[in-house]
Design a protein around this ligand. Structure first.
Ligand SMILES: NC(=O)c1ccc[n+]([C@@H]2O[C@H](COP(=O)([O-])OP(=O)(O)OC[C@H]3O[C@@H](n4cnc5c(N)ncnc54)[C@H](O)[C@@H]3O)[C@@H](O)[C@H]2O)c1
Length: 252
């Protein structure tokens, strides 16, 4: 098996076992990485294990609610212990509620910011401390084209992803001298549990496809390839970037 990304035996903490997290897990396992996968949802973890046989290949599945700072700290400690160190951390969790600004409740705003942005800070801070002290590593965030474009009915989601992008850039600037490269992958619409309900309503799938120069929606593997690249130890001088994986959606 070719190891062009240098990920064989890399120790990776992957947070998120949903549609995109699962595709990333598949990509990392195929590249020979050793994984800890964490998610709040036991069923998603078990489904992923059933699909990829992760635990039988020495990977570890941990249930954790990443909204809590202590849980992120503990998760990073557990990953370091289970893997014997850490080379990369991927933040791939998120939620969305598509409502006009005037119809969003206080709870909608707070929950979306909590899951999408606060957890990104808790996890990145915990992982960055470990990686800096160890002399280097990679942190990859799953952002979104919504961090750039002003999609209607996306106010808290867009704010959270714009926040992730800027937070990521500051982390990248602070930790570059310690060999920690911090980047984000920003997908356009990809069919997963996060988006299927919306895509299946009112011809939204066709409307969105017509806005994408590539003429199709993305698939999870499109995103996983970019995540694996940015998690690679061979990517030694690329930091603070938002890599759009959107078929050209943000070009037009
Ligand atoms: N699917 C897309 O089209 C798309 C596009 C752009 C960006 N993204 C981003 O990619 C990431 C992954 O999206 P997805 O499509 O896989 O979504 P998904 O809904 O399929 O999976 C999200 C996962 O996050 C987990 N999660 C939610 N709250 C959590 C918490 N508090 N602690 C731990 N885990 C929690 C869920 O259990 C789920 O497994 C998100 O950040 C999302 O915003 C997705």
């Amino acid at each position: 098996m070719s190891d062009w990304l240098g990920l064989r035996d890399a120790r990776v903490l992957l947070v998120g076992a949903g549609g995109l997290g699962s595709a990333c897990a598949e990509e990392f396992v195929a590249a020979g990485a050793r994984l800890v996968v964490a998610d709040i949802d036991r069923e998603n973890l078990d489904r992923l294990d059933g699909a990829l046989g992760l635990t039988s290949q020495g990977c570890h599945l941990l249930q954790a609610d990443l909204r809590k700072p202590d849980a992120s700290e503990q998760l990073v400690r557990d990953a370091v212990q289970l893997l014997g160190g850490l080379d990369a951390a991927v933040h791939g969790i998120g939620i969305n509620r598509r409502l006009p600004v005037g119809e969003l409740s206080n709870e909608d705003w707070l929950e979306i910011i909590d899951v999408n942005l606060n957890s990104a800070f808790w996890l990145g801070r915990a992982a960055g401390r470990v990686l800096s002290a160890a002399g280097g590593g990679r942190i990859v965030y799953l952002s979104s084209v919504s961090g750039l474009l002003a999609h209607q009915h996306h106010a808290p989601y867009a704010a959270s992803k714009g926040g992730v992008n800027q937070m990521m850039r500051v982390m990248a600037a602070e930790w570059a001298r310690h060999g920690v490269m911090v980047n984000a992958v920003a997908p356009g619409y990809i069919a997963t549990d996060l988006t299927n309900g919306y895509l299946d309503t009112d011809g939204n799938r066709q409307k969105l496809e017509s806005l994408i120069p590539a003429g199709r929606l993305g698939v999870p593997a499109d995103v996983a390839t970019a995540v694996a690249f940015l998690a690679s130890p061979k990517v030694t001088f690329v930091t603070g970037h938002v890599l759009y994986v959107d078929g050209g959606r943000t070009l037009v």
